[in-house]
Write a protein that binds this ligand. Sequence first.
Ligand code: SR1
Ligand code: MG
Length: 402
Amino acid sequence: MSKYYVLDVDRVFDYIQKELNYFDHDADVECNEIGDGNLNLVFRVVDKKHGKSIIVKQSLPYVRCVGEEWPLNINRAEIENRILKIEYNLTNGLVPRVYKFDPVMYATLMEDLSDHVIMRRGLMELNQYPRFIDQITDFMVKTLLMTSDIVMDHQEKKAYLKDFINPELCDITEALVYTEPFYNAERNKIDDFLIEFMENNVWNDKELKLEVAKLKFDFMTNAQALLHGDLHTGSIFVKEDSTKVIDPEFAFYGPMAYDIGALIANLVMNYISTDARIENRERCDVHNEYLLNTMRDVIDLFKEKFLRLFDEVVTDEMAKTPGFKEWYLDNVIIDTAGVTGCEMIRRTVGLAHVQDLDDIPDIDKQAQAKRTNVFMAKDFIMERKVIKTGQDFVDMVKRYYK
Ligand code: SR1
Ligand code: MG
């Protein structure tokens, strides 16, 4: 019987042929390990002769960015394989197509999207993606609303909920997003210039910590919809006319706001990064205007599509009560602002940073950008109850960039 082993560039071609016989006998192949995420191995194998390619993503039994001292259940690959199929069907292909999942190697063989770029990288190069707003709001509305109690038979939804219990990955989020950044935790990665600042402005702020505690318990207990669970700009592939969401291994039943807030936070951090990195003010202004429009339209179009689809697909009798859908959606957006703030703080001082902030070359500007990021994040959290529209998100950013 075959056994799990860790793939490498020398063995991945034979592995693919054994599993799928994907390449022609005369293929001229090149294999690269292209994973730059925190958890897994990702191989791209290309046949240069016939122009065919494939991705193999394999779970490692530990957290890649930390090492073997942090073991992690490899079964996350199986969860990812299941949710990719659900998301593919719900969104008409806004995620990669899975060719095969191997439950022995915890490896997924899937569509190569190398004609796309990771959105974080594309945004850092000041590129714009004209189809993104429409496609990502489609993705979020369809995956979130269609898997909720508003639509699903409640027993079927509970069966899904059971199928997507994902304790180890949720534990990572509970620790890295909602806990450790709010005290001087050992695993945090904090620049020296931020330690005193964090002590004064975050770790000793009891009111802030109370609000974060509320958001944490919402994350842990509000089984509202089947989430992607890690929807930042590093989990999205884009090109001019296409958006593909990848890496849903953190999927579980949680609050809708967690997906929307992760995305908005990463757009905001790209804005802050652009202001600090790009010397040419005209180029900076054009890009940051684009980002503000994007965050505003993502929120507003999400709301518009949500309300429209709600009427078409609602099955729960009480959810049809006039006023309910507006109340429900208002709360999702309010919590989105809270998640936005938590994601911004954790990406500044927690274990997993973002390049947008860390790659600001001028260290004084980087320090200033990170401080602004934390102040704005606090406002998102503390003032979330009045943040209800796309313009409210934009106004919060503009408060710091007049
Ligand atoms: C130890 S995993 C760190 C982060 O990487 C993933 O992409 C998630 O965002 C997680 O919080
Ligand atoms: Mg990931």
